[in-house]
Ligand binder design. Sequence first.
Ligand code: SF4
Length: 252
Amino acid sequence: MKENFISGIHSYCDRWCERCRFVDRCAVGSDEKIATTELQMALADSPEEEMKYALQHVADRFVEIGKMLQQMIKDQGLDYDEIIEEAKDYEPPKPTQVQKHLEKRAMKYIKILDAFFEKHKTYFVPEKVVQQLLLLPGDPDENAEQIKNALDTIRWFQFFIAVKINRAWNSKQDDLFDDEDPIQNDFNGSAKVALIGIRESMDSWEVLRNAFTELDDPILDVLAFLDGIKKGMEGEFPDAWKFVRPGFDEGM
Ligand code: SF4
């Protein structure tokens, strides 16, 4: 680890390295491969292709993390193969009804989002966006930037929210975390980043709502759906917002 890296910062971030102010202090983000991935994503012909490059990057990171873990286990004098064998017998606890419900909703949000943009795609073609920009008060360039950011943010968190909710539940159920700090633990950290993803998404939907007034009703439906997930998570993880994320929440 380089000296100025912040330990564990990448565990509770939104993985949007391109926009991250800590990219030079993060072992994952400072990786020069990120530049290649970003370039590939920028040149992608479709959102699907862009997502493919992003997922490939994540998969590559997992391989590297796996190697680091092996080394850490070895350094601790433990037997890696024995740990793997024991892990095979491990039976994860059964999900609760609440857990299933929230996870289902987070997965449904992925589909709702796709369905929304498919149904209303005519609003998001360049000509229509330009038309809409001219109707809005304020500077058209700034408005255009805001809309682009909102769309990018909504897409970025589309899958992220479900992934982080899943991780928060798994951590909460896992006995391994029983003796962890009641606030600074993995499930609160994961729940917090899921909540941040929801909050950012909701803010972005509000931007679209202001810009595309004709879409007020369907956007309100999406917002209500996301708000339901948010409230559910806050109820199940009441200390999540108190979790201090390395780097991002320190010194605040
Ligand atoms: S902390 Fe920043 S640079 Fe590191 S993985 Fe997360 S978003 Fe990327």
